[in-house]
Design a protein around this ligand. Structure first.
Ligand SMILES: Cc1cc2nc3c(=O)[nH]c(=O)nc-3n(C[C@H](O)[C@H](O)[C@H](O)COP(=O)(O)O)c2cc1C
Length: 351
């Protein structure tokens, strides 16, 4: 038996296997509403055998979008559009979560294939981003420093989006506290230089994340899991290290911590096969929570080894799943495991 294709349980949710799709922005929404592209992207990967798909960073408020083309969950049009997608995914026997996000000072930027990069100016479809302070991400426009009232609104913005995620049929939510977006900006001493109760000590810097996770948990049905994605290191002297992040996640009540790294400030990352697996292992051991490992996990054998070594409970597949929507079925084939293929594709299962 392969662990990769064993079911995984979180609260009342049973996921058919431990090969999950990583959240990946598609920069293809109008007014935050997912469309046919999102149905095709997620639908193909549900048919491709992933147990749980995590839909891309989806903004809880319009100003929280990374780009003007991000998806959102701040209105009913978005709920209806997501519902069509979650129903299709469920029809394939897969589960689907959504990553709830606020980009903070990294909001209002151009999508990767735009002819220019950096911040989208107000007047050209952009807006002034919000940050813990007015300090800009290098190369981006300066954000406005958030007022005490604006900070206080954040937990309820995430909670309201979680309620909409439930109405849209999602099985899980993931609070995005990684990659240098708003909650990570508050957590790290490199970007949080506030002097109020949300800045300074590690407890103060974690406060917005703690309050946000609590508000989401309260708004989200008891039987459904809440995941949290963190960056386990800033890869920068003076920034967060894995044990700082362990301390921060311990009190969150997350059912699973999705362990990524980086994104806060530009800095070199030693990228290689499974390069973030040691961080996942450390968070799993030290925080005592189930974790997902992610980052250049590209074959079924490699994923199986991560699970066998008890470095993680599940693996998330990103770019390899862009190359091959059937990555999970291919992995099952390579590991000689019988997976339920869509009836339409069964003839591809063995030969
Ligand atoms: C096109 C693309 C879009 C991404 N968008 C998101 C996102 O919305 N949220 C997020 O947390 N990470 C995002 N990521 C990072 C992935 O979730 C993943 O952590 C990263 O690609 C490393 O895994 P991989 O080596 O399997 O691709 C994105 C990555 C790619 C390639």
């Amino acid at each position: 038996m392969a662990l990769l294709f064993e079911p995984f349980h979180l609260r009342d949710l049973t996921v058919a296997n431990r090969a999950w799709l990583a959240p990946m922005c598609q920069y293809s929404a109008d007014d935050g509403v997912p469309g046919d592209w999102h149905l095709a992207h997620l639908g193909a990967r549900a048919a491709g055998g992933f147990g749980l798909l995590i839909a891309e960073a989806t903004a809880v408020v319009p100003e929280g979008r990374i780009s003007p083309r991000d998806t959102g969950l701040w209105n009913q049009d978005q709920v209806a559009a997501w519902r069509r997608i979650t129903e299709f995914v469920h029809g394939q026997g897969a589960a689907v979560g959504v990553q709830l996000a606020h980009a903070g000072r990294k909001a209002s930027t151009y999508w990767p294939w735009a002819p220019v990069s950096g911040s989208v100016p107000p007047g050209e479809g952009g807006w002034t981003a919000l940050g813990p302070t007015a300090e800009a991400f290098p190369g981006y426009a300066a954000p406005a420093a958030m007022t005490a009232e604006q900070v206080a609104d954040v937990p309820e913005q995430f909670a309201a989006a979680a309620r909409r995620a439930h109405a849209a049929g999602f099985d899980a939510v993931e609070v995005h506290a990684a990659h240098g977006y708003l909650l990570h900006q508050f957590l790290s001493p490199l970007t949080n230089r506030r002097t109020d109760g949300y800045g300074g000590t590690p407890e103060n810097r974690a406060r917005l994340l703690v309050e946000t996770a609590a508000a989401v948990r309260e708004a989200w049905p008891d039987g459904k899991p809440m995941l949290v994605r963190v960056s386990a290191t800033d890869w920068t002297p003076g920034g967060l290290e894995v044990d700082d992040v362990v301390a921060a996640v311990k009190g969150l009540g997350a059912d699973l911590v999705d362990v990524s790294t980086g994104g806060l400030v530009p800095s070199p990352v030693p990228v290689g096969p499974g390069y973030q697996v040691p961080h996942a292992r450390r968070v799993r051991q030290a925080a005592g929570v189930p974790v997902a490992a992610v980052g250049l996990i590209t074959s079924g054998e490699q994923a199986e080894t991560v699970l066998r070594d008890e470095a993680a409970d599940v693996v998330l597949i990103g770019r390899a799943a862009l190359r091959d929507p059937h990555w999970a079925h291919r992995g099952a084939h390579d590991l000689r495991v019988a997976q339920n293929w869509p009836a339409q594709y069964e003839r591809g299962a063995w030969r």
